[in-house]
Design a protein around this ligand. Sequence first.
Ligand SMILES: Nc1nc2c(c(=O)[nH]1)N[C@H]1C(S)=C(S)[C@@H](COP(=O)(O)OP(=O)(O)OC[C@H]3O[C@@H](n4cnc5c(N)ncnc54)[C@H](O)[C@@H]3O)O[C@H]1N2
Ligand code: MOO
Ligand SMILES: [Mg+2]
Length: 457
Amino acid sequence: MVEFRNPISVSEAIALVQAEACRLGSEIVSLDEAYGRILAHPLTAAHDVPSFDRSPYDGYAIRAKDSAGASGDNRVSFQVVDHIGAGAVSGRKLGRGEAIRIMTGAQLPEGADAVVMLEQTQEAAAPAGVPVDVPADGESPFSLMGDSQQEGSSQGGLTQIGSTPAVPASFTIRKAFVSGENISFRGEDMREGEEILPAGSLILPGTIALLATFGHQQVEVSKLPLVGILATGTELLEPGAPLEAGKIRNSNGPMIAAQLRRMGVPHRVYAAAADRLDDMLDTVKQALAECDCLITTGGVSVGDFDLLPQVYEQLGANVLFNKVAMRPGSVTTVAVLDGRYLFGLSGNPSACYTGFELFARPALLRMMGAQRIYPLRTRAILGEDFGKANPFTRFIRAVYDGQTVRPAGFNKSNAVSSIGRSNALLVLPGGTRGFKTGDSVNVLLPGMEEGSAVWDL
Ligand SMILES: Nc1nc2c(c(=O)[nH]1)N[C@H]1C(S)=C(S)[C@@H](COP(=O)(O)OP(=O)(O)OC[C@H]3O[C@@H](n4cnc5c(N)ncnc54)[C@H](O)[C@@H]3O)O[C@H]1N2
Ligand code: MOO
Ligand SMILES: [Mg+2]
């Protein structure tokens, strides 16, 4: 007699899987290896950023009060007493009517409280041979230039030093500046001690920038699970083999390997198993001894050679569910043994793909302590009619272009073409039928680097 299976909802199934997640430990990796990993601890600002007041523009640092009363009719003049680029620090303290030519990113000199952009100034005609104090240590002014460049030559009121651009000896402005104008303040980006990212954040390129900013050459991240992949089915040939009567090439194994790679998780491939219970049991035992989790494909339905249910039974694994109210992938089975997941994904390629993204990926991310474990969801306009009934929630491989979503062609559970063409999963809820062009629908985006913290379908 064929076994009757009781389908549970996708949300229930996800919750059951999540409840079994065992956290992996952490390890230290170099900054260079940290991209794509999960932060084991919150990232806290080790110091203010920026760590000094600095100029956000190429211009002149001035004392705002010296610009009081400036207007088009009453231009106020400043004497240039130093010249610094980013990385240099002026030794000068600004006096009345003095300015320091300062480039973007350079530390604001003492006494300065505003920056005038170059475009807001007019060079004042000055006599040749502008007086500029050059301290003995050569640090400043014009401290960015090497010794060989220290010799200035004056051209029509501008000081030309080496190959650097002309620096006027003085300039005028036509507007008054307020204290703090055009200053990038110490700590305006991040304050020392502030939590910038919580533990469980995915390390993205921006996170790498943060880690580098605070001088972390190493970072503590969650360990990665090692995932075993076992494709089952007597009909399976490896991708390199010529086709034979009644056989197909194993496409699920390489696909799952790529789905794991997309999330940065390592895997170990076990040779595809024929539908023989003893062999399969041996391989599954070996994989569970070597890996943190095992993903199988095929052999989970009610067929005579669908042996995974017997494998779970003989192992004494706790089967969380073996039927989900979804299509494709209704036969998706998840079991747990000694804290290790056994994902029994369907053999049908589209069902296998969907089962991985809905159940395996979030569970693996939870093992790593990640925060955003579910596929990102958006709403889109259905680009074509979908007349079929949806007794179960339907996950249709689809093409999403940022606005509309369309099924990606032949879309049965056994389809490979639609997985290959899709970049999204269009979701139509169970118990519905007759979706029309223009309807607003849910779309999951499993290809996104980072997903959502919630499952809200
Ligand atoms: N009487 C019933 N028959 C079926 C039911 C059912 O409820 N009652 N469920 C159907 C559904 S739904 C699905 S999905 C499939 C699931 O089958 P299995 O998970 O047991 O997978 P297999 O039987 O091993 O294979 C199914 C299909 O997929 C092909 N396959 C298998 N492995 C691979 C692979 N690695 N790469 C590419 N293709 C693969 C296999 O050749 C079969 O065509 O069962 C329905 N039947
Ligand atoms: O599990 Mo099957 O994929 O619903 O067609
Ligand atoms: Mg089967």
